[in-house]
Design a protein around this ligand. Structure first.
Ligand SMILES: [Zn+2]
Length: 322
């Protein structure tokens, strides 16, 4: 058996050539130790040849993965169906098996969930720097005056989401304003949102109102196509486009869309054209965007701005012809 080694971005790919038998286990363990010593902790193992299902091979793979996990890394295995079946029978899903090298490489990118519910109506507290807007800056007395009653009644008719301990307070000083979230299966909002629309003429994203209108102002009994958890990505981007949250947040989320679109069609050749530092800069953007998309995540604009500036050239190289 021969072990060929190459880098795809910051990931090491081992290609095993020739049939693997248990006797080769030590070789594999040594190679994994070597690359960890060199600072590489994410490994894809290509077992291209048909390999007989062998307990000793499985043991070697288990050891390799445990070693990588101990160092904060991980292993992905691309194997023939026969071996994959055997591994699943013996270990359940513990060994991460992938169908192709590209799938395995991309599984190390923090791409995040898709098809998520869109959260709207989360607010900054006072003048704090936040990824959420201040509703005082969204007051539009002329906005949708004819549909205002229908919008408020739609907002009150949502199905129950999460119930929180304690109440949210109206940012205009009216006092307690709801303690639960509501949803139509597509959008997700705090129950106090209707109050902001009715009492304070706070406007909402047109996309949200279009969903209400498309359902003739009645919350649909069931939603289709949305499977992911609620994320605040849309809300932060919408506020960013209106200039209501720090600009680097919007830029970072925009870069995430761009990176994800490029990765969707990325070949291993394309990914190999990136250096390890470039790959890490792009992954950093995905990580920061993931924090922006989470409810609780807090970021400093300067931190995001620095990461965006670092990643711009790398993004250019991801666009460039191979
Ligand atoms: Zn109020």
């Amino acid at each position: 058996m021969k072990v060929l080694e190459r880098a795809v971005g910051d990931i090491t790919v081992f290609q095993l050539q020739g049939d693997i038998t248990g006797a080769q286990g030590p070789t594999l363990r040594d190679r994994v130790d070597d690359i960890i010593a060199s600072g590489s902790i994410q490994v894809v193992l290509l077992m291209a040849e048909p390999s007989h299902a062998d307990e000793a091979v499985l043991d070697a793979l288990i050891d390799c993965r445990k070693t990588l996990l101990r160092h904060g890394g991980d292993l992905r295995i691309v194997a023939q169906l026969e071996f994959a079946d055997y591994a699943v029978k013996r270990l359940g899903g513990w060994l991460p098996l992938c169908s192709s090298e590209t799938t395995a490489v991309l599984s190390f990118w923090p791409i995040g969930a898709t098809g998520c519910m869109r959260v709207v109506g989360l607010w900054a507290h006072g003048d704090e720097v936040s990824k959420y807007p201040n509703p005082r800056r969204l007051v539009r007395p002329e906005w949708r005056t004819l549909q205002r009653v229908q919008i408020a009644s739609y907002l009150r008719a949502g199905k129950a989401g999460i119930s929180w301990k304690g109440f949210s307070s109206c940012r205009f000083g009216c006092g307690a304003n709801g303690s639960s979230d509501l949803t139509d299966g597509i959008w997700y909002w705090p129950e106090g949102l209707a109050h902001y629309v009715e009492a304070h003429s706070v406007c909402l994203p047109e996309e949200f109102v279009e969903t209400m209108a498309a359902h003739e102002w009645h919350v649909p009994p069931e939603s289709r196509g949305v499977t992911g958890p609620p994320t605040v990505t849309f809300w932060v981007e919408w506020a960013s486009a209106l200039g209501l949250v720090p600009a680097p947040f919007g830029t970072c989320l925009g870069m995430r869309h761009e990176i994800k679109a490029l990765l969707r069609n990325a070949t291993t050749e394309r990914l190999s054209s990136l250096s390890a530092p470039d790959t890490q800069r792009l992954k950093r953007i995905l990580q920061l965007a993931g924090i922006l998309a989470s409810w609780e995540g807090v970021l400093e604009p300067s931190e995001v701005e620095g990461a965006v500036a670092d990643a711009k050239p790398a993004l250019g190289r991801l666009h460039a012809p191979v």
